[in-house]
Design a protein around this ligand. Sequence first.
Ligand code: ADP
Ligand code: MG
Length: 141
Amino acid sequence: MGFAQGFSADEVSEVRHAAQGWIRGTGLAGDAIDDFLVAVHELVINAAIHGGGHGALTLRLGRGILVAEITDRGPGFPGGVPESPALPPAMIAGGRGLALARMFSDAMAIVQKQQGVTAMVTLRVTALQSDAVAPPPRSSV
Ligand SMILES: Nc1ncnc2c1ncn2[C@@H]1O[C@H](COP(=O)(O)OP(=O)(O)O)[C@@H](O)[C@H]1O
Ligand SMILES: [Mg+2]
């Protein structure tokens, strides 16, 4: 079970909506999922803006884990992949995408390849999955 969609810079909204639809179809929902979509969106935007204008998003739902991978074939990070992305001071515009992606996921890994970047974010969904299949609470009356 998986999702895979290529995108170019003018398709970032489409790919986000498609990803949202696919995740909904798995039965997962809630604030953590909404936040995770922000993380995915920031990485999609980065592929589109910094990664050569095209990318691909894959989503997989394993047992208890949702995995998103965003790849591009761009020039890579100018100064190498940052160790741990930090939020810039409030008055500085931009530069928050990687920090948000890390905040809104349980783990993030960014790999610079010979050509392009692969970014992966994961979310533990065990609790959400068991919620999704839990029987309705028994009425006490
Ligand atoms: N896929 C990518 N390919 C190349 N460089 C990237 C990529 N993603 C991020 N970067 C680099 O990391 C920087 C920080 O990214 P980010 O935190 O999303 O802030 P912003 O996109 O607003 O600059 C970018 O300005 C860019 O230099
Ligand atoms: Mg960005």
